[in-house]
Structure formats: structure tokens, C-alpha cells
Design a binder for this molecule. Sequence first.
Ligand SMILES: Cc1cc2nc3c(=O)[nH]c(=O)nc-3n(C[C@H](O)[C@H](O)[C@H](O)COP(=O)(O)OP(=O)(O)OC[C@H]3O[C@@H](n4cnc5c(N)ncnc54)[C@H](O)[C@@H]3O)c2cc1C
Length: 357
Amino acid sequence: MTECDFLLVGHGIAGAMLAESLRNRGQRVLVYDLPNPNSASNVAAGLMNPVAGKRFALSWQAAALLPAAATAYRALGQRLGLSFFFEALIFKAFGSAQEQQQMLTRSAENPWQGFVQAITTADPALPGVLAPHGGAWLQHGGHVAVAPLLAALAAEGQTAGWLRLAAFDWAALLPTADGRLNYADQVLARHVVCCEGAAAKTNPYFNWLPLTPNQGEVLDVDCPGLSQAQVLNRAAYVVPMGGSRFRVGATYRWPPFAESITDEALTELSSRLAGLTPLPFAVLGQRAGVRPAVYDRRPLLGRHPAHPWLSFCGGYGSKGVMLAPLLSEQMAAHLLHGAPLWPEADLARCVAKFYGY
Ligand SMILES: Cc1cc2nc3c(=O)[nH]c(=O)nc-3n(C[C@H](O)[C@H](O)[C@H](O)COP(=O)(O)OP(=O)(O)OC[C@H]3O[C@@H](n4cnc5c(N)ncnc54)[C@H](O)[C@@H]3O)c2cc1C
């Protein structure tokens, strides 16, 4: 029987970063993960974007989340001897003169807390980029190589014995007389945390949470001549992956989900990329995953209302890469010392409405 303080289910970016935060606090952590190359974390482009959407809105808590994420991913890179975080400017190309005007009007209010470095109304003439209406340069963002990061952590976890690559069966979890949890007569844990991503929708303890998963697809393309010096964004994001390769994303699809990748997404993403560059490109791959989105677009963290030995960590929607590092720290401090969570991220906000009391 393996004894641990925290038994985590799921090693996507949510579970991996929480495991890291708990281990850094001296806790004995054991993680169960069913490896899935198409998990949201494994298909994500890893973009950390401070200003998103057509309305150029500042991302929720960007000023706190982005520096914490950059620091955490850099530290992991140092520990594991690889680079996972790539700080990069994001060039948000304006799609029309009207969009350019909207952004200029908004800039008078200065709503972006320093994340907009500059706005240009002229084409910046980036190699291979179509931007006749100019665009906005966003700073302090970048991208993370999420799948390689998770693979490196998983390799470490298997060697050190804190990760088991297996499905977790919630029916085999039983409370013991001394207040711990017995999992399948194999593990004795003090606390269990569900980090299952969108799969938590069918979790017997957390199926009441207002998760509204949506499916997304990305393309990996080879586009020789297109500038690798920044992330590009207009209708699609184009994240440099080294050489002449880029990841282009992403689509949004609400249930019913497609069984796998679709021709519609291939056409949609190809045409969005063609709107950003006149250069020819070859599609090297296409992936689909399911985002653990939430009805109010805020994360879900905290203890189960009826089972204090059980917690949830996730609901990161389309922003897991930026959210996970700081929220994992907050979650670890909450679990160990009762430190408060941000109210907008605390699942307590959903209990009366969705759990029934
Ligand atoms: C196409 C696409 C593009 C995206 N691009 C970006 C981006 O550029 N930037 C960004 O920040 N976010 C992006 N996202 C969103 C991001 O991927 C998610 O916010 C994040 O990965 C969610 O992480 P998670 O750990 O909660 O879930 P997941 O990544 O789904 O991980 C959950 C893990 O738990 C495992 N699991 C579940 N149930 C069990 C069980 N019972 N037993 C064992 N293991 C279990 C799964 O196999 C999986 O490994 C994108 C998502 C998609 C789909």
C-alpha cells in the first residue's frame, strides 16, 4: 500500500502544476493519469495572450497570472534542463479600418495595463504577413511547449514513483476508519483532487459542476518564409514552433462533438491562415481536443461541499496555460493552510446554484 498526502487524478496542465506546487511544499503526492495524446493540454498551442478577442479585452487577472506563469515555466525549464517557455511579442493584425479605429478609440482609455506595447496603423511589413491595416503589438505574453513539458514531468514522475499511468476508478475509492481514503487497496491518501479536465463532466462527485466543455482543433503547418519572430493573431493565432513550422488554432465546437478531426476545421483554419499570409503552406498535422470550459468562463477550484477530503482543480477553458501556475499555488495554499481562493475562481460560487444547497 502506497501512502501519500495528496492523490491527484489527471496530469494535464492543471494536475501537473498542482502536483508541482504541492511537492514544492513538501507534500507526498501521487498522480494517476490515463495518457491521452488528444487531451486539451497535449493539443494546446500553449499561447499566453494578455489581450484577446474581437473586443480587445484584457484577459482576466492577466497582470497577476502572466508573470507568475513565466516564472514557473522558466523554473521548470531550468530544473528539467529544457526550454518550455518562449516569451514573444504577439502581433494582433487589424482585420479592417473599422477594427483599427475601434482599437485606437479604446487606447485613449488605456485599458491594457501596459500589455499593449504599440499600435501601428501602417503595415509593419513582417516577412510573409498580410497586415494592410496595421495592428497592435502585445507584450509580456508568449507560448509554452505544453506537451513536451508534460512529457518531461511525466518521465520524472514515473522514475521517482509519483506518477502512475493508469485510469482512476472513482468507484474503488473508499473512506477508512481513520479518516483517510483507500484506493483499490493500493493507495492510502489524506486528500484526493480531481484534475480530470473536461472528463470531470462524468465524475460521480463533480458532475454537478457547471462545466460546458467545447471541442477545438488545431493545425500544424509548414510555411517557409513566414516570420517566426512573433505570434500572429487575426481570426486565428499562429504560434511559431521552430524552423518553418507553426501551430494554427483554434476552432470552437459545442456538443455534439466530432469523433475526431474534421474537414470543416481543416478548411476553416486553412482559410484563416490564408487571410494572414499569401505564402503557400503545407498541413503537417491536425489535432482535436476538448476544453474544460465553464458556464461563467472562470476556473473551478476548491473543496467538494459535502466531502472535505475531496477537491477540484480545473475549469481552465481556453486559458489553462496562463491560469495553471498561479492558481495551483493558490490551490496548494488553500488546501494546506486554508488560504482564500479568488472568489471568481472558487467553486463555492456554484454550490447554491448547482449542488442544491
Ligand atoms: C485545440 C485547443 C487549443 C488550445 N490552445 C490553448 C492555448 O493556446 N493556450 C491556452 O492557455 N490554452 C489552450 N487550450 C486550453 C487548454 O488546453 C486547457 O485549458 C487545459 O489544457 C486544461 O487542462 P486540464 O489539465 O484541466 O485538462 P486536460 O488537459 O484534459 O487533462 C486532463 C488529464 O486527466 C486525465 N484523466 C481524466 N480522467 C481520468 C481518470 N479517471 N483517470 C486517469 N486520468 C484521467 C486525462 O487523460 C488527461 O491526461 C486549448 C485547448 C484546445 C482543445
